[in-house]
Design a protein around this ligand. Structure first.
Ligand SMILES: C[S@@+](CC[C@H](N)C(=O)[O-])C[C@H]1O[C@@H](n2cnc3c(N)ncnc32)[C@H](O)[C@@H]1O
Length: 195
């Protein structure tokens, strides 16, 4: 399904090293808090890596479920292994630009430290909006890292918010929040209630 996406950078030793040393547990817990989950919600993590945010969300979703997609089969395998005791989570190999879910399937979709890797932001945002229910929320977390390659600048955060608005999300906004030792952008938008 995601075979035409270049996930090569996130396979093999690089995926294993990232999962061990750079799982960003504070940002994963952060997005779970910032999403203000209700127990019956259906959640989608786009670019879930080894599953940290999905696994953190699972205990709060006693009547709901959390799904993670990532184009890297290695990450999806790792996430599945880590979550093997959880009955309300599932992972699938897929990319933002082609989500394997029906329309209006989710209450909240988020993407943590991943949108700057997506192949095509516009396609990804259109897909995200499609799988959200009317009124559903889309949260992007990206590290505020100036010109370093693993984060984005304030201008880039504003561009992400503008791209959300251009692709039909309402109430698009940019905030800065602290997660552990790092400063994070929280870029949020909603699918309109009458969309
Ligand atoms: C820096 S890692 C972050 C992983 C995870 N969200 C975390 O916080 O630990 C970036 C992730 O984006 C994923 N990615 C790359 N291209 C993507 C795309 N087109 N759609 C969705 N995810 C993508 C990579 O496979 C990788 O897992």
């Amino acid at each position: 399904m995601a075979a035409d996406h270049d996930h090569g950078a996130w396979t093999g030793w690089k995926a294993r090293a990232y999962a061990l040393f750079h799982r960003n547990p504070a940002a994963s817990r952060g997005v779970v808090d910032w999403a203000q989950l209700q127990p019956d919600m259906q959640i989608l993590d786009i670019g879930c890596g080894s599953g940290a945010a999905v696994i953190a969300a699972a205990p709060l979703l006693s009547d709901g479920a959390a799904f993670g997609v990532d184009p890297s089969p290695d990450f999806v395998r790792m996430a599945g292994r880590r979550a093997r005791r959880l009955s309300n989570v599932a992972f699938e190999v897929a990319a933002a630009e082609q989500l394997p879910f029906p329309d209006q399937r989710f209450d909240v979709a988020w993407s943590v430290h991943a949108t700057h890797h997506w192949d095509d932001l516009t396609k990804g945002f259109i897909e995200t909006r499609r799988v959200l229910r009317p009124g559903g929320r889309f949260l992007i977390v990206e590290r505020h890292d100036g010109d370093r390659s693993w984060g984005i600048t304030s201008e880039q955060a504003q561009e992400l918010s503008n791209t959300m608005a251009d692709n039909g999300f309402v109430n698009a906004a940019v905030e800065e929040r602290k997660a552990g030792r790092s400063q994070e952008f929280l870029i949020s938008g909603e699918k309109s209630a009458d969309d």
